[in-house]
Write a protein that binds this ligand. Structure first.
Ligand code: ADP
Length: 278
């Protein structure tokens, strides 16, 4: 399971609510009492304030919360891009705390895929070369059957020779998703993957992420502020002030909006008090 707050349905990892598929109680990543503090004294900010969370294997999880609630910090700590001050992060069986640089680099390369808001494709390489770049850097031979499956899932067969500037934003992001999937990572972290896309291209990318969970049992964690995007997932975890404050299973847009409204209401008295003090 999960975080605190209200929860609907089964605990994390047992059942994929969309497919009804029953998984073993496997956990792709787990976070225990994670704390990260920036600054000190008057300027101290608790970006993460004791986050405990399990990410079920083969699930699509959204992380939501107001700006400054700690979403990026949590994702960066989970993805071994940043370190916390205390607490623990495991990817699969591996505890990140205390890993040396070389082991961290290997873990990021072999176990983790990334999708960024700004695509981050190499402009001089074709779509195919971009997709295979992380494997090439790692000196790994692509699994051609898997590559074909990924390209088919992504729906880019006829665009593989195109460079990023010959592709639409939605197509570029689909290339970035294919790149994240190509090495068959244990977990993919997506940071506002539809933030730069119009709603139709966004829907294409979200459907693709959904399919990679349903068809390939990929584990995905996506930071988003968009209730429509969150409705594609199996579970939404809500952060506020560096803490997990709520979660939803099988979310729809209305349920997500409801929790967001509750969170805004809960934050309002503090804002009023802060305003009076100012
Ligand atoms: P979110 O992604 O939800 O917007 P962040 O994880 O970026 O939130 O930030 C959480 C809190 O930590 C915010 O108050 C932010 O200002 C603060 N923070 C993040 N990064 C830094 C940093 N490098 N230095 C100081 N404060 C930071």
């Amino acid at each position: 399971m999960s975080g605190s707050g209200s929860s609907q349905g089964e605990p994390g990892g047992a059942v994929s609510p969309r497919s009804g598929r029953v998984d073993p109680m496997t956990v792709a990543a787990s976070v225990r009492d994670l704390t990260k503090i920036y600054g000190s004294g008057q300027t101290e900010v608790r970006a993460l304030d004791g986050v405990t969370l399990d990410i079920g294997a083969g699930e699509f999880t959204a992380v939501m919360g107001p700006s400054g609630s700690g979403k990026s910090t949590l994702m960066h700590c989970c993805a071994a891009l940043d370190t916390a001050d205390s607490g623990s992060v495991r990817i699969g069986e591996v505890e990140l705390t205390g890993l040396k640089d070389k082991a961290l680099t290997a873990l990021r390369r072999d176990e983790i895929g990334f999708v960024f808001q700004s695509f981050n494709l190499v402009p001089t390489l074709s779509a195919k070369e971009n997709i295979l770049l992380p494997l090439a850097i790692a000196g790994r031979r692509p699994d051609s059957a898997w590559f074909d499956q990924v390209v088919a899932t992504v729906g880019l067969d006829d665009r593989l020779g195109h460079r990023p500037n010959q592709l639409s934003g939605g197509q570029q992001q689909r290339v970035a998703v294919a790149r994240a999937l190509a090495s068959r990572p244990r977990i993919v972290f997506a940071d506002e993957p539809t933030g730069n896309l119009d709603s139709r291209s966004g829907a294409e990318v979200l459907s693709l992420l959904r399919r990679s969970v349903d068809e390939h049992q990929q584990t995905i964690v996506m930071v988003t502020h968009d209730p429509v995007a969150a409705a594609y997932t199996d579970r939404v975890v809500f952060l506020a002030d560096g803490r997990v404050v709520d979660e939803l299973r099988s979310p729809d847009r209305e349920a997500v909006l409801e929790v967001m409204a509750r969170m805004t209401e809960a934050a309002a008295p503090r804002d009023d008090a802060a305003a009076r003090e100012a």
